[in-house]
Write a protein that binds this ligand. Structure first.
Ligand code: GLN
Length: 450
């Protein structure tokens, strides 16, 4: 059976199943930092984790920030509401992440996440905890979120399947926004079939998110794969050669592969970071020490002192983005940076849409293997941002994409990413379902096995 959800539902669970699962996670969590909060499930249903920037009624949501400590949402995000309504899931915890989604390695937070396959290495980010939980638990699905690669990157580093839908397909109501024009809620699981179940349950128009849509989602399974040379050139030599072996396997399975050039793709990183930071700086403006989470109750201070002190609570990367994002939006440079980035985004959408009419894009998911936490800590911001080169293009363009393992090297997964045309979400999922018929994923942990 390829759906762990269905397999779980067909089994009789021991009475103490959830207690044992909970105890095991309580034991492991201080080592790996996968969860910001663990919840003892009191119901039946497949264990479900929720990224800590998505609201679950009555459970603290911090987005791994200090400034939101103590914020308890009085409502469920629409995605959570839709999942819980089926009565097939049981929430086990809120997962760790880079603060507000700012990062690619899961280390821009109080407790850096560790890769369960090699604990000296990063788990990937920003949805680090979602990927770790999926790598640990045999029966489990993670609700995660991506702005510029936060689902693909950690899924790739931890060896699980990570799906990011077309922008607008899943409601963002109840998400603590990073960059509204880029944020997408998606999923991680151990099989493409489980991802399909989650999309079926959660997709579609939500009146509380005006950007959500009821457009028809299709499942076109193309046999043509396109490789963009400018992207492959940026991949580490070792990963590149393994990736080409994988491409040969796909050819044997009946796929055709075409290489193309797309010079503009190099502009996707600057365009993405300019737009993302501009939007992030306005979204963070509401965290003032008054309303949400952290409260600064010293009213003897003057206006500037009060807000400066409250916003001291932001981490380094959040501060960097507030400062740069505010600069990018300022009247004197707006046309030079922000407006140009929007033009680049539009141009990339047009170009990629043409390519994707009858094909999928394929590439490795990450250009490097998961670095050691110490190595990632010593990267400059620009080096850090550059590692997003393969995951940013589909995110910037709002296109559905999915990351999945295709091989292993020294116990670490090698993962590839498939990108589809707008609303061909079921198409990219079905590509991975097909692949899973020819390749068995390896998991080091199978916690909760029955
Ligand atoms: N690494 C990217 C960033 O920091 C993407 C993170 C994300 O998708 N939330 O913006």
């Amino acid at each position: 059976m390829s759906s762990y959800i269905e397999e779980f539902e067909s089994k009789v669970k021991p009475k103490d199943y959830y207690d044992r699962l909970y105890d095991e996670l309580v034991r492991l969590n201080p080592r790996l930092n996968a969860f910001n909060a663990l919840i003892k499930p009191d119901k039946n249903g497949i264990p479900l984790s929720v990224k800590d920037n998505i609201c679950v009624k009555g459970i603290e949501a911090t987005a791994s920030s200090k400034i939101l400590k103590g914020y308890i949402p009085p409502f469920n995000a629409t995605v959570v509401e839709r999942v819980l309504k089926t009565k097939r899931f049981s929430i086990i915890g809120k997962t760790n992440m880079d603060e507000f989604g700012f990062g690619s390695f899961g280390i821009n937070c109080e407790k850096p996440a560790k890769n369960p396959l090699d604990e000296e290495r990063v788990a990937g980010g920003s949805s680090s905890g979602a990927a770790i939980a999926t790598a640990l638990l045999k029966y489990h699905v993670a609700i995660a979120e991506s702005t510029g690669g936060s689902i693909s990157a950690p899924a790739a580093f931890c060896g699980v399947v990570g799906f990011t839908p077309t922008y607008s397909v899943i409601s963002r109501y109840g998400l603590i926004d990073y960059a509204n024009s880029l944020d997408k809620i998606g999923f991680m699981a151990r099989s493409a079939d489980d991802i399909r179940v989650m999309l079926d349950i959660t997709k579609g128009k939500d009146n509380r998110d005006p950007t959500s849509t009821d457009s028809k989602i299709v499942g076109l399974h193309h046999k043509k794969l396109v490789i963009i040379d400018e992207l492959i050139d940026k991949v580490d030599e070792k990963i590149r050669s393994q990736f080409f072996e994988f491409v040969e396997k796909l050819k044997n399975l009946g796929y055709t592969v075409k290489n193309i050039n797309l010079n503009e793709i190099d502009l996707s990183i600057p365009a993405y970071y300019l737009i993302a930071m501009a939007e992030a700086s306005t979204n963070l403006a509401k965290f003032t020490g008054f309303k949400y989470g952290f409260k600064l109750n010293d009213f003897s201070k003057n206006y500037n002192e009060f807000f400066a002190e409250a916003r001291e609570e932001f981490g380094t990367e959040a501060k960097r983005r507030v400062i740069l994002g505010t600069f990018i939006r300022s009247a004197s440079v707006k046309d030079k940076y922000y407006s140009k980035s929007l033009i680049i985004r539009k141009e990339l959408i047009d170009k990629l849409s043409k390519v994707l009419k009858d094909a999928f894009l394929i590439s490795p998911t990450m250009p490097i293997m998961p670095p050691k936490i110490s190595e990632a800590n010593s990267m400059s911001p620009v080096q850090n941002y550059a590692t997003d080169i393969l995951t940013i293009p589909p995110n910037l363009c709002g296109l559905p994409h999915i990351s999945f393992p295709y091989s292993y090297s020294n116990g670490l997964p090698l993962s590839a990413q498939i990108v589809g045309s707008q609303f061909n979400d079921y198409g990219v999922i079905s590509f991975v379902s097909e692949w899973e018929k020819n390749f068995e994923y390896k998991f080091k942990y199978n916690i909760g096995e029955i």
